[in-house]
Design a protein around this ligand. Structure first.
Ligand SMILES: [Zn+2]
Ligand SMILES: [Zn+2]
Length: 229
């Protein structure tokens, strides 16, 4: 299944305002994708609508989020069911630093309905780290029945290697995201204990044009393991 599992909607302060549910789904179809996840920063509030719209376009949808831990590390959480996704949102709300967003400074945080009409602006700034360690974030994702994937492991700000320099011993992750497929052999050599895990190559698109072409695919065993249908 051709996928892109790291896309930001207009809810993310850094996401382009054209990143509406229908635009994202339409572009994914144009690019030949079959499976997508929108992973906004520290919020799953766009997920219900995003899933509904993605299904309308015949796409398979995985609920997603990109958490920012206290260590300023980005971790992707994926959820196969609505119930687990909603439980994760509740956990986030209990671990958010409640600072009011300043759209002029941090960017807009727009929530859309299924017709791409603006229904609300998220008032809490999503740009700040959660009040939870990397390990607590992973634990919470697992507790809600989700999968935890280290985002843009190498070479990008907020990737674990940039922030900590290494993957801590025994970190219970379910996958890693690499920005460039050429990093795969290097990763497998450096971390043989994680070599069997799914390795994702996503776009981290903040603009429509950056959504991936149908280039990377996930095979049936991983789809099954992650509860994707
Ligand atoms: Zn990130
Ligand atoms: Zn991202």
């Amino acid at each position: 299944m051709f996928y892109d599992l790291h896309i930001h909607s207009g809810l993310s302060p850094c996401g382009d305002s054209a990143m509406t549910p229908n635009n994202i789904a339409r572009m994914a179809v144009l690019k030949g994708l079959q499976l997508i996840a929108v992973t906004d920063h520290n919020s799953l509030k766009q997920q219900h609508v995003m899933a509904e719209v993605a299904h309308q376009y015949g796409l398979t949808y995985l609920y997603g989020v990109e958490l920012q831990s206290q260590e300023e590390v980005h971790i992707l959480g994926y959820f196969a069911t609505e119930k687990s996704m909603e439980a994760m949102q509740k956990w986030i709300e209990n671990h958010q630093i409640k600072v009011k967003n300043r759209p002029d400074f941090f960017g807009d945080q727009t929530l859309f309905d299924k017709d791409d009409q603006i229904i609300d602006d998220e008032p809490v700034a999503l740009i700040f780290s959660l009040n939870a360690s990397l390990e607590s974030c992973i634990k919470a994702i697992h507790h809600k029945g989700g999968k935890a994937v280290l985002a843009h492991l190498y070479g990008r700000k907020y990737g674990l290697i940039q922030q900590l320099g290494f993957i801590p011993e025994g970190l219970p992750i379910d996958g890693v995201e690499l920005c460039d497929p050429r990093e795969v052999p290097f990763f497998k050599n450096e971390y043989p204990q994680y070599a069997h895990l799914p390795i994702l190559c996503n776009s981290d698109a903040h603009q429509l044009g950056d959504i991936h072409e149908a280039r990377f695919s996930l095979e049936a065993p991983i789809l099954k393991m992650w509860g994707i249908r």
